[in-house]
Design a protein around this ligand. Structure first.
Ligand SMILES: NC(=O)CC[C@H](N)C(=O)O
Length: 360
C-alpha cells in the first residue's frame, strides 16, 4: 500500500509500505547507514532498538538472508527505509529473501523512497523522530518520547546468564544489547564467555571469577544508565576491562567524563580511525549517535587514544594506570572491515598480564 515517511520537521516522502498495520503508525528515531552491504547485521543488531534505518546504498536485499549473519536471535530495528528492494537474494548461502525475513519478523519496511533526499534532511537537522504511516496528514509527534529520553537496554539484555566456549580465560560480558560477533571473537580467542544481565551486581560478577570484563554495545542514550555507573567503575578498577560502543560511553561516564549526541550518527563500514599510540589507521565499522566529549576528560583518569579522522571525535580511551580500554567503533566488525580485530588481542594481553601490569 502507499505509505509515507514523515519527519519531525514536517517533511514527508512517499513509497510503497509493507508490514505496517493500516491504522497504526510506526514511531522511531530515524538514522542512516552508509555501508554498501550489511543489512542483515544491521537489522539484527540490538543497538538499533528504537530506530528506523535508511540505507544510503540504493540496492538492498540482493544477496538475501542467511543463517549465519544474524547478530541476535531476532530482527531489532523498528523499520527499514529502502530505495530499491531486490526480492530474489542471489547468494549461495541465502535461504530466504530479505522481504520474507522482515514479513516473518513483522518488521515494517518502505521501498521506492527517495532515500538520498531523506539523508540530506537528517544531515541538516540531525537524527530525529519519524513516522511510517498511511495517513501523513494526521501524524502526531506530541505523544512520543525521543529515543534519548527512553530506557531501552532492559528490553534487549538477557534475563539470565548464558555461557559460551570452554577456554580457561573467563570473560564476563555485561549485556547492554550485545552483538553475537563479539562473543564469537572472544570464543575464537580461547575464552569462556559468560553473558550476564546489564543490571548485575558487583558481588555477583566477583562470584563468577572473571579474568576480564567486556562492556557491550547497546541501544539508546548512555545517560539513561546512570544507576549502573558505580558498578561499572568498580568492575573496571578491579578487572582488565574492554568497552565497546555503548560500553565505551559508559566507561567514560563512570570515570567522570561526559557524552553528547552527534548531529547525525556514524553508521557504516568505512569510518577511518587513528590509534595515536601506534599512528596506525583502521577502517572501522560503526553504529552510534553519542560520543565522549574530549574536554570532559581533563580531570579524569582516562585519556583519548583513538580519534575519528573525518570529524576528529573521540573513538577510544584508555585508563592512565589500569588495564582499561574502550572503543567507540566495532572491532568485531559484522558488518564491515575487520582491520581493528587485533583490539581483542590487546584485551587478551591485558587479561594475561592481569591488572595494573600494563599501564604503570
Ligand atoms: N552500537 C552502540 O553501542 C551504540 C551506542 C549508543 N546507543 C549510541 O547510539 O551512541
Amino acid at each position: 500500500m502507499k505509505g509515507y515517511v514523515v519527519l519531525e520537521t514536517g517533511e514527508q516522502f512517499e513509497g510503497e509500505l509493507f508490514g505496517a498495520e493500516k491504522e497504526k503508525d510506526v514511531h522511531a528515531e530515524i538514522v542512516f547507514f552508509t555501508g554498501m552491504t550489511g543489512y542483515q547485521e544491521v537489522l539484527s543488531d540490538p543497538s538499533f532498538k528504537g530506530q528506523m534505518v535508511v540505507f544510503t546504498y540504493p540496492l538492498i536485499g540482493n544477496y538475501g538472508i542467511n543463517d549465519s549473519d544474524f547478530e541476535s536471535l531476532k530482527p531489532q530495528v523498528e523499520a527499514l527505509i529502502i530505495s530499491e528492494l531486490n526480492g530474489a537474494g542471489h547468494h549461495y548461502e541465502a535461504n530466504q529473501p530479505l522481504a520474507g525475513c522482515l514479513q516473518h519478523a513483522q518488521v515494517p519496511y518502505i521501498t521506492g523512497v527517495d532515500t538520498r533526499a531523506i539523508v540530506k534532511r537528517i544531515r541538516k537537522n540531525g537524527d530525529m523522530r519519524a513516522v511510517l504511516t498511511t495517513h501523513p496528514e494526521s501524524v502526531d509527534f506530541s505523544a512520543t518520547t525521543p529515543l534519548g529520553e527512553q530506557e531501552v537496554v532492559s528490553s534487549v539484555s538477557v534475563q539470565a546468564a548464558e555461557t559460551f566456549g570452554h577456554g580457561e580465560r573467563h570473560v564476563v560480558l555485561l549485556d547492554f544489547g550485545y552483538k553475537k560477533s563479539i562473543v564469537s571473537e572472544l570464543v575464537d580467542q580461547g575464552n569462556r564467555v559468560t553473558v550476564v544481565p546489564y543490571s548485575i551486581s558487583f558481588e555477583e560478577v566477583v562470584s563468577l571469577k572473571p579474568d576480564g570484563i567486556l562492556l557491550s554495545n547497546g541501544p539508546g542514550n548512555p545517560k539513561q544508565l546512570e544507576t549502573r555507573l558505580p558498578v561499572i567503575r568498580k568492575l573496571a578498577e578491579t578487572y582488565p576491562t574492554l568497552g565497546i560502543c555503548l560500553g565505551h560511553q559508559l566507561l567514560a561516564l563512570a570515570f567522570g567524563g561526559d557524552t553528547e549526541k552527534l548531529n547525525f550518527g556514524h553508521r557504516g563500514a568505512n569510518q577511518p580511525v587513528i590509534d595515536q599510540e601506534t599512528n596506525k589507521v583502521y577502517m572501522t565499522s560503526q553504529n552510534h549517535s553519542y560520543v565522549v566529549k574530549e574536554t570532559s576528560l581533563t580531570d579524569t583518569s582516562l585519556h583519548a587514544r583513538f580519534f575519528n579522522i573525518n570529524d576528529g571525535s573521540i573513538e577510544g580511551l584508555e585508563h592512565k594506570r589500569l588495564p582499561v580500554l574502550s572503543v567507540q567503533f566495532h572491532p568485531e566488525a559484522h558488518p564491515g572491515p575487520s582491520d581493528s580485530a587485533q583490539l581483542f588481542n590487546l584485551f587478551k594481553e591485558m587479561m594475561s598480564q592481569g591488572r595494573e601490569s600494563l599501564y604503570v
